[in-house]
Design a protein around this ligand. Structure first.
Ligand SMILES: [Ca+2]
Ligand SMILES: [Ca+2]
Ligand SMILES: [Cu+2]
Length: 325
């Protein structure tokens, strides 16, 4: 991993979002971003270890949840842990994610499958089991920031305009897999035609047009923005294209509703090794999901950026921890 730190991303105006896939990506619209430096790959487990060694940071997944934050939840269930994917032995209903997600006590960034597991052989894989707060703390420690969604998507597109994937419109040109995704029928049949059942080394696949590795697939990546259920349409006048848009407070209409809905959600980008066409075709630059800020899981990581002088750091949000069903 030596010698590949950050890549200068010259800003520009681009077509953000897509009208082709899921509703939250619509509508495709024009956005402008200024230039910034971006980590060439997601933060690795080894890099995160250096941060923890230097700062003593305890990640959200390692902290006991405060019962006051989880009214109605049996306190005996409020133990430190994280979400681990477990491949069911047979076809299951795609409506019930408990068939493949397990809240595993003791699972965390250095014990990715829980007690007894370790990072051995995976130091150069992306760190996982990090909540938004952990990613933000790592970024600050290094004098960096988390990218906005617009910055992330502009960089992911690598100079290609309006393409489905970061390398073009075809998923596997010439039969070659260009990202770590899921082949086979999710969640029970992991064919691993791309060579990896779980996460992969951050340089296992070719970089995009800007020299950025692993933007699509491998792990979802936290961004600074709060989640909205769709994009805003283009302004009527070309003069008014949004520049460096960022959403720094949680939209009201996303609050309320089922358990966990009151916890703010931030945008994650790029899809993961668990994304499959039959369930979640999200290893694309336009793809986005809202993730509760207290969530950590085996398929979510992050990377950092550095804006040139004068760019204000993004605001901090306080989140509480939710119950993982
Ligand atoms: Ca794979
Ligand atoms: Ca990624
Ligand atoms: Cu997915």
């Amino acid at each position: 991993m030596a010698g590949r730190k950050a890549v200068w991303i010259e800003g520009g105006t681009f077509l953000m979002g897509s009208d082709e896939f899921y509703p939250e990506e619509r509508p495709a619209h024009r956005v402008a971003v200024d230039g910034f430096w971006m980590d060439a790959h997601p933060v690795t487990a080894a890099e995160f270890r250096r941060f923890v060694d230097a700062t003593g940071w305890v990640t959200v997944a390692e902290r006991p949840p405060n019962p006051a934050d989880y009214p109605g939840v049996d306190p005996s269930l409020l133990v430190p842990g994280s979400l681990v994917f477990r491949c069911p032995p047979h076809r299951v209903s795609l409506r019930d994610h408990r068939q493949w997600w397990a809240y595993v006590p003791g699972a965390c960034w250095h014990r990715p499958e829980g007690p007894g597991s370790s990072l051995t052989g995976r130091e150069d894989h992306p760190v996982t089991h990090v909540a938004w707060e952990d990613a933000e703390a790592f970024a600050r420690w290094g004098g960096k920031s988390l990218p906005t969604e617009a910055e992330w998507e502009f960089a992911a597109r690598g100079g290609l305009e309006g393409m489905r994937f970061v390398w073009g419109d075809e998923f596997a040109p010439g039969g070659r897999m260009l990202a770590n995704t899921w082949q086979g029928e999710f969640p029970w049949q992991n064919l691993a035609a791309d060579g990896f059942e779980g996460t992969s080394p951050v340089d296992a696949f070719p970089p995009n047009g800007y020299g950025l590795f692993d933007m699509p697939g491998n792990v979802w990546e936290w961004t600074a923005d709060f989640f909205t259920s769709h994009h805003s349409a283009d302004p009527v006048k070309a003069c008014c294209i949004p520049k460096n848009p960022r959403l720094t407070s949680a939209p009201r209409k996303d609050a309320g509703g089922p358990p966990g809905a009151a916890i703010p959600r931030r945008v994650v980008k790029g899809g993961s090794h668990l994304c499959a066409p039959n369930y979640c075709l999200r290893y694309r630059p336009a793809a986005r999901q809202g993730e509760s800020v207290d969530t950590s899981a085996c398929h979510i990581g992050f990377r950092c950026i550095v804006r040139p002088d004068g760019a204000a750091p993004l605001s901090r949000a306080s989140g509480t921890r939710k119950e993982h069903a």
